[in-house]
Ligand binder design. Structure first.
Ligand code: SAM
Length: 227
C-alpha cells in the first residue's frame, strides 16, 4: 500500500514513520509512505502556500494552486483510491475506517494548516475528510501520522503475529481483555489462575468474557452498535 502525505512540515513527520512496526513495514515493502513538501509545488518565487482570507478576518488560508499542482502531479502517475483531508469537522476516525482504508492501494493525506484550506480544494479535490477528535490541533501532521499508523499496522505482514491486530480493541466492537506477563505473582498481586493453566479453549473463553465485561463497563455504546 502507498500513502502519500502532503505537508508544510515534512520534518515533523519523519520520526513517527521511522520507528517500530511502521519502520519495519516500510523496510519490508509492505507500506510505502512518502512525505511530500507542499512548498515544492508553489509557483510563487517566495514559495508561498497561504494567503489572507477573502472577506477579511483572522488567520491565513492554504491556497488552492499549490495543492492542485501537487495532487494533479501525483494523480498523473497513479490512481488514488482516496484523497483525505484531515479536519476537525471531518468524520470521526475509528477502527472501522482504518480497516476500510487498509484495503486501499494508494491514498493521499493532506495535512492542513492555518485557518484551514481553501474550500474549493475540499469541494473538488478531496474525497474524504477525517477528524481524529473533537479538539483543534495546530496542523494536520499529527492526525496524518495517527491515521497512517492505524492503517499500516493492519496490513498483512506488518505485525509478525498476524492475529494480534485483529484481537485489539474495537475489532468486533469489543475492547481488548486484560493482558499479563511474568512474574505470575508480584508482591501478592497475582495473575488470574486461568491464564497459567495452559487450557487454550478456556483461556479464549475467559478472554472473550473479559472483553465483553470491559466493554460493558467502559464503552457500552460499542455493544449497542452506536459507535
Ligand atoms: N479553523 C479550523 C477549524 O476551526 O475547524 C481549524 C484549523 S487547525 C488550526 C489547522 C489544521 O489542523 C486543519 O486544517 C486540519 O488539517 C488540522 N487539524 C486540527 N485539528 C484536527 C483534528 N481534530 N482532526 C484532524 N485534523 C485536525
Amino acid at each position: 500500500m502507498r500513502i502519500d502525505i502532503i505537508t508544510l512540515l515534512p520534518e515533523l513527520l519523519r520520526s513517527p514513520f521511522d520507528e517500530s512496526i511502521i519502520k519495519r513495514a516500510r523496510a519490508k515493502g509492505i507500506a510505502e509512505i512518502n512525505i511530500i513538501n507542499l512548498r515544492d509545488f508553489s509557483t510563487d518565487k517566495h514559495k508561498s502556500v497561504d494567503d489572507y482570507p477573502f472577506g477579511g478576518g483572522p488567520g491565513m488560508v492554504m491556497m488552492i494552486e499549490p495543492v492542485y499542482n501537487c495532487i494533479t502531479h501525483l494523480s498523473s502517475q497513479r490512481h488514488y483510491d482516496e484523497v483525505i483531508y484531515t479536519s476537525p469537522d471531518g468524520i470521526s476516525f475509528n477502527q472501522h475506517i482504518a480497516n476500510d482504508l487498509s484495503m486501499k492501494k494508494n491514498i493521499i493525506i493532506l495535512a492542513g494548516h492555518y485557518k484551514g484550506i481553501d474550500q474549493r480544494i475540499r469541494d473538488h479535490l478531496v474525497t474524504m475528510e477525517i477528524s481524529i477528535g473533537d479538539y483543534v490541533l495546530s496542523g494536520g501532521e499529527l492526525p496524518a501520522a495517527v491515521i497512517t499508523d492505524a492503517i499500516v499496522r493492519l496490513l498483512p505482514g506488518a505485525i509478525s503475529d498476524s492475529g494480534s491486530a485483529l484481537s485489539d480493541s474495537f475489532q468486533d466492537n469489543l475492547l481488548a481483555p486484560p493482558v499479563y506477563t511474568r512474574p505470575a505473582d508480584f508482591r501478592g498481586w497475582k495473575v488470574p489462575d486461568i491464564l497459567i493453566g495452559g487450557n487454550t479453549p478456556e483461556i479464549e473463553k475467559w478472554r472473550f468474557e473479559q472483553s465483553v465485561r470491559n466493554t460493558e463497563k467502559k464503552r457500552p455504546d460499542l455493544l449497542l452498535g452506536k459507535s
